[in-house]
Design a protein around this ligand. Sequence first.
Ligand SMILES: Cc1cc2nc3c(=O)[nH]c(=O)nc-3n(C[C@H](O)[C@H](O)[C@H](O)COP(=O)(O)OP(=O)(O)OC[C@H]3O[C@@H](n4cnc5c(N)ncnc54)[C@H](O)[C@@H]3O)c2cc1C
Length: 443
Amino acid sequence: MHESKLPFHEISPWVAPPADLRPALDRDLDADVVIVGAGYTGLSTALSLRAQGADVVLLERDFAGAGASGRNAGHLTPTIGKDTPTLLRFFGPERASRLLAFADAAVEYTEETIRKFEIDCDYRDCGNIMAGVHPKHDARLRKAAATASELGAHVRYLPRDELRERGVPEAFCSGILEELGGHLHPGRYVLGLRRAAIEAGVRLFEGSGLVGLESGARVVARCEGGGVKADHAVLATNAYTPGIGRLQRMIAPLRVQLFETAPLDESQLAELGWRGREGIYTSHEVLESYRLTARNTVVGGSGVVRHGWGGRLPKAYDRRAFEIIEGAFRERFPTLHAVDVESFWGGWIAFGMDFLPSLGSDGEHGNVLYGVGYAGHGVAQATMMGAMLAARVRGEEHEFEAALRRRPLAWPPEPLRWVAGKLLNATLEAVDRRTDRQIRASR
Ligand SMILES: Cc1cc2nc3c(=O)[nH]c(=O)nc-3n(C[C@H](O)[C@H](O)[C@H](O)COP(=O)(O)OP(=O)(O)OC[C@H]3O[C@@H](n4cnc5c(N)ncnc54)[C@H](O)[C@@H]3O)c2cc1C
């Protein structure tokens, strides 16, 4: 816990270092593939590679799940890109439709992974709702739902009456139901993948941060205690990748933050409604997210994002951001005014300029692969990325790789990036504050 009075978690309430922490790398090794980073991307890649018979070493700086995979809100969602109308505008109908199909397939692949490895992670396939918080959002939601379903996505528009029938709290006016997916316990999911990877024979080293990557026909991934020589390296370090000196212009790490309340009692649950327990994200410019957990707490947050200079990670503890996310929760859920917030925490997500994930290879020999940039939707997409990276190692192309292939867009260099990021953030936050003022005025 942090020294401040706010109940802050250095990582999150979802995970703690496992009792069977694997030892740090303390010698030189040889492998077919060395993977760096043990979150959903790294663990899912390792499992797919083991299934095809590869000898895999997985290096994790901290413990598996200490990154975003053990900190997120657990919405298993087919959301992709900024929104569907933007996908359509930039990529045209055929490509937009393939991207939506990729996102749907990623949810289904994750569900299959949970089943296959018998991961007990409180998964609930209740769907998620992108919800308007002001009547002005309605037309946009209606249009986005129509566009997405014309392109083949499993979504439908939910008018106000249907939200009320479902018991979705009053603050949410109308919405788009994503029928695929739902939510899960992200910590149990990542630790379940870790257990499955160990059982499958992945050689996992925790407390083993990469300090250097030597290129060549065979790469060498170096940690303080030794090096791993392999035919391929896979960078599964997502928002941390610029920090290891790679992909600085491709992705921007942003910090987002969450809270968890105390468990609601029976009467609070009854008054709240929300029987279907659908995950909710708001149609603010910087969205807020809310969900109920299996132990009847509310986990929510986002709403504020922060970026660092030159791709550095902004610090996790941000008192002001925590106050803002709690304030938003209090406004949207007035019936829960007596429920305490028990924890706050923060983590980092990675954004490309077009909000789409990137799969590619780096280095002069093309044998350093990466899968990054899920823009806050990595529970499904990072899991799916594992199958795509493993196909690349086999020398094959996954059926959805073509949908993600595009000319890389680079973030501008510093100081332009810092200034542009600040301006954009301030503008989006101002739009959201205005929306919230309009909601208060209309009460
Ligand atoms: C607060 C928050 C809420 C979110 N909510 C959602 C949500 O509801 N739904 C959704 O779909 N997505 C959500 N996301 C995004 C999602 O969590 C990520 O997209 C996903 O976890 C990325 O997985 P990953 O394995 O690529 O990266 P990570 O889980 O970040 O894993 C990277 C790993 O690399 C390790 N590492 C870093 N540097 C080194 C090094 N030098 N050597 C070795 N290892 C290293 C890190 O310790 C870490 O374990 C959220 C993210 C955050 C932070």
